[in-house]
Design a protein around this ligand. Sequence first.
Ligand SMILES: Cc1cc2nc3c(=O)[nH]c(=O)nc-3n(C[C@H](O)[C@H](O)[C@H](O)COP(=O)(O)OP(=O)(O)OC[C@H]3O[C@@H](n4cnc5c(N)ncnc54)[C@H](O)[C@@H]3O)c2cc1C
Length: 376
Amino acid sequence: MTNRITIIGAGFAGLAAAEKYRQKDGHAEITLIAPRAEFVFLPSLIWLPSGLRKASDIRVPLDHFFERLHIRYHWGSATGLKQGGRVVVTDNGEVENDGLIIACGGRFIKKLPGIEHAITPCEGIEAGEAIRTRLQGLASGTIACGFSGNPNEPSAMRGGPMFEFLFGIDKQLRREKRRSKFKLVFFCPAPRPGIRLGEQAVDRLLQRMADHDIEIHIGHKLKGFDAHEVRTEGGSFKADLILFMPGMTGNSWFGGAGLPLSEGGMIRADAYARVEGFEHVYVAGDAGSYPGPDWKPKQAHMAELQARAAAVNLHAGLKGEPPKRAFKTELLCIIDSLNRGSMVWRSERRSIMLPQMRILHWAKRLFEQWHIWKYR
Ligand SMILES: Cc1cc2nc3c(=O)[nH]c(=O)nc-3n(C[C@H](O)[C@H](O)[C@H](O)COP(=O)(O)OP(=O)(O)OC[C@H]3O[C@@H](n4cnc5c(N)ncnc54)[C@H](O)[C@@H]3O)c2cc1C
């Protein structure tokens, strides 16, 4: 019997799930739903402001990937589910399946008053390009760079890239010989920003900011933004350019689809990436909330581990077998600053931080090139 598999999303999780499922079953009818037939290598957004990368370098059309793996592409966005997940409703018709993997990522909580005055750098290529344009247009001033979390789900946040934008902009301005004309301010409501990277990492990051003449404004709840101001309960400060990454939550259609949600609004799953209470429905990547340690990250690496587990377990489940693969939780992160990187690696047993090295910057580029080559 030919199984019909539907995957929602064309990011790290969606593509890894598609690849793995195809490996397990050469005959399955795989349909991938996404609003665009392209993969954007999000970690390289940090290199758009400096011009190290441009949009076309990190945007990969997926036509060849789909053709090679015999995947049917359904243009559209999922808006709901019917029949316990056997039908995906999209803004471009319905798609039936025997098994479903939801991999549509997360979204940012944009509730703070005046948030429209801040650029949310991780939203995509347009945001990265907007930072570049604004930086080019500023002769001097204050650049504020910060992030916050989802108070209902500590793991639903993205702090690492904000350190990268901050140190990257510092390096860029130094290269352009105009750093002295700018004040850089890092802000975050948490007293220990980036604590999921480990205590040692937070100390080192704060020390690096001090060494680089970056002002630190942390531990104060955010009140909002104005066009030229960041307001917190611990005082306000002027800023000519505000980069801010809010906490993350799940897509707005999840609740209406009857999916089980975590406190933070993500799809609740078990250690096999199965969605609780749904048969043959799995979630992978940023869209899900999974069991694991407090520091479990929302990262591309984890998204791929979850996606491969989801594909293997879905394949087994459709044969009437129990799930075979649980994914391990691992935090692996290179914090880049344009020509060097420091690395944090955390597992259930160990936590390691390597100091800034050129080779780690190149390792990050290698990871990028490997993905782009694979999907192009
Ligand atoms: C600036 C930046 C730097 C980062 N650096 C790193 C790093 O160094 N290392 C690392 O491991 N991770 C890093 N990350 C995190 C990593 O990119 C994410 O964790 C990863 O992209 C999550 O993959 P995903 O497939 O779950 O979601 P996404 O990559 O967000 O993909 C979601 C996909 O679903 C599609 N979609 C959305 N809504 C719908 C819908 N309703 N219907 C159908 N399709 C939909 C989207 O178009 C997209 O194709 C970084 C992220 C950013 C933004």
